[in-house]
Write a protein that binds this ligand. Structure first.
Ligand SMILES: Cc1cc2nc3c(=O)[nH]c(=O)nc-3n(C[C@H](O)[C@H](O)[C@H](O)COP(=O)(O)O)c2cc1C
Length: 329
């Protein structure tokens, strides 16, 4: 299994999703036994983004976003977790990256794709796509700040208004020294609306020599094959698909044929809620994440949609447990 894009074998990363693929979820998805005797099939993870403004980021903030730093930047199953930084100021991004490297991050990922208005208004995320030279400047500053052994990857969308600038943006990231580039095949304007544009990812891939990781709507094996055909990519990042079909990583590697059964998914959801509770999370937060996972799974699975409707007003963990047992029993 490739740990980095460009290595032999299939590279499948778990996407960063703020408020979704937190450390508890990363831990669970990289350790849950989805195929007998096999690891999860996840090559690497990326943390939720750490916002970098014109002031120092405190170590405690990085450790909160990426508690795996205390274990060499790996989940307990040994899967590397890159720390993601989001910001538009090269100097402050470089300082934050230096700290992340000192804390033990196995790699740094740069977020140039976040479409959130609040983030974009304060000069972060997808805003930088409007000026590819700024993508280059931030990437270069971070690349120069951290030891050469630590990869610096960048994550972009295909453009702000349309996909025309994707090649220029990809070249800018490469010029800045990115180790590889992940491209979500949507513009900022689209947010998460269809269609995903894997062909634009392919145009960027052809224009650069660093590996390109394709991302966007990779919801099943058929989508992975179609994306490979259209984009020419051999490396992929999976986000929402991982919440509805966590078995997709193992399936794509030929380690598992069947889709996850209702009971198996329910067990995973309950294990997540129990892990959050054991870590001392408030009940509100635990149930919030439980319902959010259900909602995301509902994008891909009809049964999860029905569970969400039935459990969206659940007030306790016991109620959630009993409700799921009844719905899946
Ligand atoms: C709720 C949510 C939160 C996200 N947070 C981040 C983030 O923190 N950093 C980032 O680079 N992308 C973030 N993304 C984008 C995903 O990483 C990914 O690019 C996008 O969901 C498309 O991939 P998918 O179709 O496999 O989900 C987020 C997406 C969602 C739905």
């Amino acid at each position: 299994m490739a740990r980095r894009p460009g290595e032999p074998g299939l590279f499948l990363a778990l996407a960063p999703m703020d408020g979704v693929t937190d450390a508890t979820t990363r831990e669970l998805l990289t350790s849950w036994p989805l195929a007998p005797g096999r690891p999860s099939g996840i090559s690497m993870c990326v943390s939720e983004f750490v916002r970098v403004t014109r002031q120092p980021v405190q170590p405690v903030v990085m450790l909160r976003h990426c508690p795996e730093l205390a274990r060499g930047g790996r989940t307990r199953a040994g899967v590397p977790v890159f720390l993601q930084l989001l910001g538009g100021d090269p100097e402050w991004m470089a300082r934050a990256a230096t700290l992340a490297a000192e804390l033990g991050a196995p790699g740094i990922d740069l977020n140039f794709g976040c479409p959130a208005k609040t983030v974009n208004r304060s000069d972060g995320g997808a805003t930088l796509l409007k000026q590819p030279c700024r993508v280059e400047a931030v990437t270069r500053a971070v690349r120069e700040a951290v030891p050469a052994a630590i990869p610096v990857s960048a994550k972009i969308r295909v453009g702000w208004e349309d996909a025309a600038p994707v090649v220029e943006i990809a070249r800018a990231a490469e010029q800045g020294g990115a180790s590889w580039l992940t491209i979500h095949g949507r513009t900022r304007r689209q947010l998460y609306k269809p269609p995903v544009d894997w062909a634009a990812i392919g145009r960027a891939r052809e224009a650069v020599s660093m590996p390109v990781v394709a991302n966007g709507d990779l919801f099943d094996r058929g989508a992975l094959l179609a994306c490979a055909r259209v984009s020419g990519c051999a490396s992929y990042m999976i986000g929402r698909g991982a919440m509805g079909r966590p078995e997709l990583f193992a399936q794509a590697r030929g380690w598992r044929d069947t889709d996850l059964g209702a009971e198996e998914l329910a067990a995973l959801l309950i294990a997540h809620a129990e892990a959050m509770a054991a870590e001392g999370a408030e009940l509100r937060a635990t149930l919030g994440r439980f319902k959010q996972w259900l909602r995301m799974a509902a994008l891909l699975r009809g049964d999860a949609g029905a569970w969400f409707e039935a459990l969206k007003r659940t007030q306790t963990l016991d109620e959630a447990r009993a409700g799921l047992a009844q719905l899946t029993g």
